[in-house]
Design a binder for this molecule. Sequence first.
Ligand SMILES: C[S@@+](CC[C@H](N)C(=O)[O-])C[C@H]1O[C@@H](n2cnc3c(N)ncnc32)[C@H](O)[C@@H]1O
Length: 277
Amino acid sequence: MSIDSEVSAHYSRGGLLSRLNAALRDDGVDPERPSMEALAPYDQFHGRGLEATLEIAELAQPGPADHILDIGSGIGGPARYFANRFGCRVTGIDLTAEFCDVARHLTHMLDLEDRIAFEVGDALAMQFGEAGFDGAYSMNVSMNIRDKGRFYREIHRVLKPGAWLVLSEVAKGEGGDLDYPTPWAGSARTSFLSTPEETQRGLLEAGFDVVRVHSTLDKALAFGARSRAMVERGEKPPHRAVMLIHGEIATQAMRNTARGLSEGKIIPVEVLARKRP
Ligand SMILES: C[S@@+](CC[C@H](N)C(=O)[O-])C[C@H]1O[C@@H](n2cnc3c(N)ncnc32)[C@H](O)[C@@H]1O
């Protein structure tokens, strides 16, 4: 199996929309009329969910006339948040066809399809022309990408000069090898972590100025502790995307991530860069 097929197979088990609709019903939400708030525990598929998307939005700050690119857009929570908050257009690209189908469905439910499109595609060979986007972000995707240089060069190609790029990713720490599964990979075969320094160097080499690289480790640890306390009290935690998408491997994947964070094996980072004019 190719790496791309293995990555897609890790994320796609079939039946995602039915599972999401059942979860919404269990929350007392009509799946035919969900609100952005009701979807947020499920459609923000990255560490700390919506809380992290708000931070990425603060770094990016697109204008209403901008057309921005979401690389590895998942089921589209971040894209809907950006389009709704800033009034901008968003195009999402993702390797996993089932995610794009669910992303389109949810976007239709929220009446945002005039501003958001989702396309199946590979971040390493995007179907977009040169210098078409005013900005781009990518949340928790690069960990699946082995050829980081090509990834950064391809993003650089499709951005306008001076455009911003925000990345959130799980970076490699100094605490040794991570255990699998994790939310992004079933095994080390499809997990390609780089250190924050390697990310910074790769972006510079691809033609970006790096404005800021920032660890969110403290926030991730606090979010994990808060979530575990809620579960112990019998409440639903704020972030339920991993359970929804990964089913039976979710608990182990979340445990491995929590241990990786506390033992310094992984560090969540947010990066703001700009394509050199
Ligand atoms: C952890 S999910 C994050 C989804 C979304 N960014 C979010 O935060 O809600 C990682 C996503 O990256 C996508 N992905 C991984 N490798 C990719 C590639 N080479 N090209 C496009 N998408 C990719 C996966 O299909 C998956 O949807």
